[in-house]
Design a protein around this ligand. Structure first.
Ligand SMILES: [Zn+2]
Length: 256
């Protein structure tokens, strides 16, 4: 009898696991549904990319298509000077709030990750995820770190680079301008302005309008506290939502 017990419970476990598996499959189908319904729905899709992941990725990848210059996939990000929270965790918390706000405003959303539990996929993969979905906007959520006491919000966008970003430079700059203004208004951190970048793999591989807001500095105690609070994360999400909706030609009032 005792011998058969493990077999029995294993069988029972399998039966119990099946509905869970079915739910997981349905959930993943729902996650992918923006692709299959993109034409039918006719509503824009925004890809939210919570920066980093649980583990850094020291492998390298070309900085742009056809480039011999390679860059590390993911150095791992910064962490809170008082909260000690990894940047990846803050990025995801804000991203989830932003996703909820955009969905509430009738915008379709896909996320490059929904947990902080893996080795970072790298920036080519993040850009290709947005490209595959023909995203109307690719919003890469990050927080900054500094050893020289810097504070404030800034938004990175791709410089003009023929063959790489010539197709996305203008809309990316417009998206960056709108999001930066709304983030500063909502969070109240110092305005560090816009930051044109030629060295961002995730921009150079992107075929859709792309920005990377650095919400604030986790190495600054005050900004760390705000960005690790529910109210601060909501403020960041509202600012991001308002900027994205303005970019999409929609009223930002539905962001709350
Ligand atoms: Zn980062």
């Amino acid at each position: 009898m005792p011998r058969t017990m493990p077999e029995m419970s294993r069988g029972t476990l399998l039966v119990k696991a099946l509905p869970v598996l079915a739910v997981a499959l349905i959930a993943s189908a729902m996650f992918v549904s923006p692709v299959s319904t993109s034409r039918a729905a006719g509503t824009p899709l925004v890809v939210i990319d919570p920066g980093h992941d649980r583990y850094a990725n020291p492998a390298t990848e070309p900085i742009g298509p056809g480039s011999s210059t390679r860059k590390i996939k993911d150095g791992g990000g910064t962490s809170g000077v008082v909260s000690h929270t990894p940047e990846a965790v803050v990025n995801l918390a804000v991203s989830k709030r932003l996703a909820a706000l955009l969905r509430g405003a009738g915008i379709r959303v896909a996320m490059t990750r929904t947990t902080t539990s893996h080795v970072s996929m790298g920036n080519v993969a993040r850009a290709q995820f947005a490209n595959r979905l023909h995203a109307a906007a690719f919003v890469r959520i990050h927080c900054d770190g500094s050893t020289s006491g810097m504070t404030g919000t800034h938004t990175l966008y791709p410089v003009y680079h023929r063959g790489w970003t010539d197709d996305i430079y203008k809309p990316s700059l417009r998206l960056a301008t709108l999001v930066q203004a709304e983030l500063v208004r909502s969070l109240g951190f110092p305005n560090r302005g816009l930051d044109p970048r030629s060295d961002m793999t995730g921009f150079n591989w992107s075929n859709v309008p792309s920005i990377l807001p650095e919400l604030g500095f986790l190495t600054n105690p005050g900004e760390d506290r705000v960005l690790n609070s529910a109210s601060g994360q909501q403020k960041a999400a509202v600012g991001l939502c308002r900027g994205v909706l303005r970019f999409l030609g929609r009223s930002p009032s539905s962001c709350g």
